[in-house]
Design a protein around this ligand. Sequence first.
Ligand code: PXG
Length: 466
Amino acid sequence: MIITKDIQAIDSAHYMHPFTDHKSLSEKGARIITKADGVYIWDSEGNKIFDAMSGLWCVNVGYGRQELIDAATKQMSELPYYNSFFQTTNVPAVKLAEKIVKLAGDNYSHVFFSSSGSESNDTNIRMVRHYWATLGQPERTVIISRNNAYHGSTMAGASLGGMTGMHAQGGMPIPGIVHIEQPYHYGLAPTENRDAFGLCAAGWLEAKILEVGTDKIAAFIGEPVQGAGGVIIPPKTYWPEIQRICDKYGILLICDEVICGFGRVGKWFGSQLFGAKPDLMTFAKGVTSGYLPLGGVVIGKRVAEVLIEKGGEFNHGYTYSGHPVACAVALANIDILEREDLVERVLNETGPYLAQKYTELAHHPLVGGAESIGLMAGFVLMQDKQNHIAFDEEVGVGMICRGHCFASGLIMRAVGDRMIIAPPLCTTKAQVDEMMALIVKCLDATLNDLTQRGLMEALTLKMNVA
Ligand code: PXG
């Protein structure tokens, strides 16, 4: 029997959480999640909550999958651990590398394993610089990334990312990483033609390449759809143009597929949907549906051939690279995704259904720029969407809305004023309906709350005049 108050007190005394203001958390106490099944989680007070964030964008096959538990148990009893450093290997890692290369397509030949997205992006930096040094161009070191990107929380990951709050702590970005503006149509140029804006945003890459020097650039990195940045879906013109620019200057393209990979947007990898052919793809999260930590980099033939034929020893690796239990769970997870056609269902059934629901949601007075792709979606809470007027930052409207979601049994994430979801890929259409009803309920509660606080007066006045 869990006594909520006791666990909260110990939590507060000893457990330092990621991305958390501990002073304010200890005042109210952390919510203790105790069990989960399918798309639902439960807290220690017995509340059932619809997890519309799949944990943290990772529990793609849903909670409580016995196949994953069995795969882990079996592998743990056979071989719980062995490394791949000293000319040894293990069967699950080999099979998983082969499987991931197959899913990635003809362009790819190898996989490097880590235990997280952050580590994988560290690997990417090491790998692209080693690649260019091997080719006799060691001055090609600079990696171009984007504002509001998320690539992890290690020094390298946070530097690649474009989160100003993260850069402000700890002296980042590290040298050799520069940023361009993100392709956020609704936020940056809502009145411009969307496709024209996509080309313009890709053009910022070319401008940066020319500014830094074409012979200095090693690679460009981007998430096919920015996740932690608030589900920023780029115009369809963006990625093909990015690819064209990378090809023109011969620079490597890295797609960070940590969120988009393994089915989130209705393809095995997001780049496959958007018409890009990255040289390297970062993955983590959905590869095991979060049941165990695993990440890695899918390596294109262009890079693999150079590293293998001419690169000598790559002085890089992690204790848990190719961890047999994590790899066995990943194989079982991919098996579920295939057997239940989950990726295809996201593309043709649940994704389009969610898109239709988000189109309807756009009629809500608070909702601006509602859009979705596959099973990820977002909108902005707007004070006056007709005139594109956002709430004052001090209002913290995202947090107000998130509070109503928590209270109503829904996990929906706030990124500033953007409210985002990424439910498990096993979510059924009936569960999409259930989730949408909760979202509308929370939006109505937020509107009511804001109205009572006198924050919607301007809008009410305008609506009355209209
Ligand atoms: N790349 C991307 C695209 C990610 O979304 C990482 C790398 C880093 O992965 P690890 O496994 O090192 O955490 C991520 C992680 C959020 C949130 O607030 C998102 C992530 C992590 C923590 C919080 O949405 N994504």
